[in-house]
Design a protein around this ligand. Structure first.
Ligand code: 4AZ
Length: 341
């Protein structure tokens, strides 16, 4: 029988810094076939890395943008979320204006695993332009790490410069508008299956006519109808790996011409393109052992102590559960081998 009985957790899903013990959806049952615009509710825990970034002084939930947990204390999101109007840029530097909610599906009703955090630091990409929407990426450091559990997990960021991992199904999720013609956010998290669209086609004259940057991805449908919309920004474009039951955080929802229009799919910031930037800002690369250069758009209040070294530890929950699962699997395989002999 061609099965190995030695299964090491260290080899799964991979050996790169940001993808061990990540991308798992412990609560997911079946794959979904739904939409964000005109869409369907996501099941609790369906996208356990998504967070709601909220204006702490806003009305209702105060939801502004989505984001994705990439370590227990860092959230990857879009830079434009922190700019009041897209032109001219007026960054909202005061971290006390924001809060981050993890482990939530329905914004008006927090569940047992919902965890609210304050923001310690905002890092906007220094090349973000609200005119061209280039480099629309930001990191949010939480005041303290979240605890992982069935509804709170980390996303896997694909390493650069390797080719994109072998991807199969891609999904977007968010609390953004469900009506292409109306603003406002959804109370229950929405999800949609989308297709990655060839960048050349996306940038062609009848589509985005050159407005797509090399660090963007286009996803949606040529005919429109299913798309992210206002309020979904910063949230994840997550694609399943062909070889395993885990997802990659492939894109960050950035912009689009309207929502769900034909030949104008959603535009995403490619996370792979910013892999080194992400590591550097979190203090996980050699570059970041020196203070960030002055032009770096770091909005940490000067009175705060330096950020603790970002934890590269995977969330413990899946590891323990997976260890149990793999021990059981190993036992089963041994039994099967025994009964074959
Ligand atoms: C927005 O305004 C926005 N259709 C996000 C995504 C898309 C359009 C607009 C994609 O945040």
């Amino acid at each position: 029988m061609g099965l190995s009985t030695t299964i090491s957790l260290e080899e799964w899903p991979g050996d790169d810094g940001l993808k061990v013990g990540c991308g798992l959806r412990p609560m997911a049952t079946t794959s979904s076939k739904s939409r964000v615009v005109g869409g369907t509710d996501a099941q609790p825990g369906a996208w356990p890395w998504i967070v709601s970034i909220q204006d702490a002084r806003g009305r209702g939930s105060g939801h502004i943008c989505g984001g994705s947990l990439i370590t227990p204390e860092w959230v990857l999101t879009a830079a434009h979320c922190f700019v009041k109007s897209r032109a001219p840029p007026a960054p909202r530097r005061d971290v006390s204006e924001w809060r981050v909610v993890a482990g939530v599906t329905q914004l008006s009703r927090h569940g047992p695993e919902t965890q609210q955090r304050q923001v310690r630091r905002l890092v906007l990409h220094r090349d973000y332009s609200s005119v061209t929407e280039s480099h629309d990426v930001a990191l949010v450091q939480l005041d303290r790490p979240v605890r992982c559990g069935p509804r709170v997990q980390l996303a896997c960021v694909p390493p650069a410069p390797a080719a994109l991992p072998r991807l199969s199904h891609c999904y977007v999720s968010g609390w953004g508008s469900t009506d292409a013609r109306a603003a406002g956010s959804a109370d229950v998290l929405q999800e949609a299956k989308v297709q990655l669209i060839d960048p050349q086609l996306c940038n062609s004259s009848r589509w985005y006519a050159g407005a797509i940057h090399e660090h963007n991805l286009c996803a949606g449908y040529p005919q429109g109808g299913i798309d992210t919309c206002q309020g979904d920004s910063g949230g994840p474009l997550s694609c399943q790996d062909r070889t395993g039951p885990y997802f990659w955080l492939v894109g960050v929802t950035s912009w689009g011409k309207g929502c769900a229009r034909a030949r104008h799919p959603g535009v995403y910031t490619s996370t792979q393109h910013f892999y080194d930037w992400i590591l550097a800002q979190m203090g996980l690369s050699t570059e970041a052992t020196t203070p960030p250069p002055p032009q770096t758009a770091s909005f940490s209040p000067p009175s705060q102590p330096p950020a603790e070294q970002a934890s590269a530890e995977p969330c413990p929950f899946p590891r323990k559960k997976l260890q149990e699962f793999f021990s059981l699997l190993q036992e089963l395989l041994q039994k099967l081998r025994g009964s074959e002999a």
